[in-house]
Design a protein around this ligand. Sequence first.
Ligand code: AKG
Ligand code: FE2
Length: 288
Amino acid sequence: MAKFDLSVLTVTLDQPVEKAYQVYCEYGGVLIKGLFTDYIDALNNELEPYISARHPGIDSLPEHMKDFAGRKTKRLTQVPLISKTFRESMIDHPYLMGCIDKIFENICDATWMNTTQIMQVEPGEKAQFLHRDSENYQIIRRMGKSAPEVTSNCIVALDDITEDMGATRVVAGSHLWDDFDRQAAYEETFPLELKKGDGFLFSGKVIHGAGANVSGKPRRAMAMAFNAGWLTPEEAFPMYMKWEMVKGLSQRAQQLLGFRSFHHTCLEGGSLWTVNFEELANYLEHAE
Ligand SMILES: O=C(O)CCC(=O)C(=O)O
Ligand SMILES: [Fe+2]
């Protein structure tokens, strides 16, 4: 198969967010060159001891989910808790937030972080089964291509990632398929080869999965996934982070981490995630 031309998916930070959004809509994802290049070394340093201490595979899961998570893949969450660099400089990156605002326009007034997850695919790992991330929300997934976007994921390369290391396999355009029950053939995928610091932001409706690692090196990437603020996220950030750590962050970061209420403004509706019918952050400030 001819190699997929990644340049059609690629934007640079000097291009307008509208361009990134246009690519996202057409292909289901957009590769943002050098999105986090300035921060990856610091992030890796902060994460290193935690990744080293983690063992591959997730023991407590049912068998099919053990395959999904990867038996030779290390998964580590709690990135905003572990990494100052992440919570202060990466989580609310203006370009990424610009894209997220476009993607979720008219779907929700505020977005939550769905998960921040290190996915280190170790040598010898087989390919993950292909899936859509919206499968976490089956009722939405069953609505097919016309469903509202409820989750969008940015895969960030924490190292240069090549096909043999297990680059994510992506089926471009699969967010627009008429039949969401159709299985994708491996030949329909392309390997998402990235340079350290690149980010690939893609729709929850796009078919993808981690590739097999047939190299001798671990493949280190991070998922920064977002979801509509009215939907339960994968990761329970406010259950393990403390307000003291979050209160100095931007309002956007606080919102992403679940430390602010959700107020409907663009859509009709009330407020969610409140205390005594009031803004959660006000309560937290006074509850200290
Ligand atoms: O690690 C990857 O390349 C993709 C992982 C993934 O898609 C997932 O776990 O949902
Ligand atoms: Fe996925």
